[in-house]
Design a protein around this ligand. Structure first.
Ligand code: 13P
Ligand code: SF4
Length: 301
């Protein structure tokens, strides 16, 4: 494995490539990654580097977001099977129907969506800033897509706004049920429970802290508790264990694995570098509109 990583690290320099790894990837991908992080953070980093090639070890919508922000760079997804079930739950026709059924209401769209869906919305959001983004619209009603659980989380925090959610969801985060958390609380009495807002509201209710992947990792870094129970994808726990060996991190359920995220291997990354595969492209008109939605989000304080 180390030999393969060496080969990749040499070749990426020769080809002026940068490798970005989402924190849900298999941990060995970090051996070749220039940056490890969350989806939007990585895409924003990519747009600031002078690399000519961006290899995005993540899922398709993430590589597409990098392309939206960096149209002049070649963006490659190492394994073309890496899709996202949630992003695939809403296509162009469905987003248009959702808007037509609820006319004159602004549409907020989670970055976990395709470029053509982003292009149809008024503003994007992440799981870290969804509440602020909805608040910034000063609207009585807001459409929210694709994740109805993140939508419910926003609704709970902003009772004066009516949040009308599209019925999409993340199958990974939905796998954990409240009973598993309750049992964990009995087993680890002093542990803090950290939950991603893509989980079911009944799971979110049991949390000591609710946040995006990055916010969960920052919480673990900045607090002094001994034990943390983590209800988000397994990759986050893998990295927390490695980075903070003095603390204890427990995955709230062994079912919290996003298989879409685990397709990319070091071999795929090497092939991606050698053969320039698999290139992600976005039609220019769609790209510009999607970019506007992302930029509006970035401008919100
Ligand atoms: P981030 O936006 O935190 O990278 O999360 C991506 C994701 O797929 C969550 O399920
Ligand atoms: Fe998509 Fe869920 Fe996997 Fe994230 S964890 S990439 S939202 S399927």
């Amino acid at each position: 494995m180390l030999e393969l990583a060496d080969k990749i690290n040499k070749l990426k320099k020769e080809k002026k490539a940068i490798i970005l790894a989402h924190c849900y990837q298999n941990p060995e991908i970090d051996l070749v990654a220039d940056y490890v992080g969350d989806s939007l953070g990585l895409s924003r980093l990519a747009s600031k580097t002078d690399a000519e090639i961006i290899i995005f070890a993540g899922v398709y919508f993430m590589a597409e977001t990098a392309k939206i922000l960096s149209p002049d760079k070649k963006v490659l997804l190492p394994n073309k099977n890496s899709g996202c079930n949630m992003a695939d739950m809403i296509n162009l026709k469905q987003v248009k129907e959702f808007k037509a059924k609820n006319p004159d209401i602004p549409l907020v769209c989670y970055v976990n969506s395709t470029a053509e869906v982003k292009a149809e919305c008024d503003i994007c959001c992440t799981s870290a800033n969804a509440i602020n983004i909805v608040k910034s619209l000063n609207a009585k009603k807001v459409l929210f897509a694709p994740d109805c659980y993140l939508g419910s989380f926003v609704q709970k925090n902003l009772p004066d706004v009516e949040v009308i959610s599209y019925p999409g969801f993340c199958p990974t985060h939905l796998r954990i049920i409240p009973d598993e958390i309750v049992k964990m609380k009995i087993l680890y009495k002093d542990a803090k429970i950290l939950v991603h807002p893509e989980c079911h509201q009944e799971v979110v209710k049991l949390a000591d802290f609710v946040g995006s992947t990055t916010q969960i990792m920052q919480y673990c870094e900045s607090t002094k508790h001994k034990t943390y129970i983590i209800a988000t994808e397994k990759g986050v726990v893998d990295r927390l264990k490695r980075d903070f060996p003095e603390k204890e991190f427990i995955l709230a359920s062994s079912k919290l694995v996003c298989h879409n995220m685990k397709w990319n291997t070091l071999e795929d990354i090497l092939n991606s570098l050698i053969h320039n595969q698999f290139e992600v492209t976005v039609e220019e008109e769609i790209r510009k509109k999607a970019l506007t939605s992302i930029q509006r989000m970035i401008e919100v304080k």
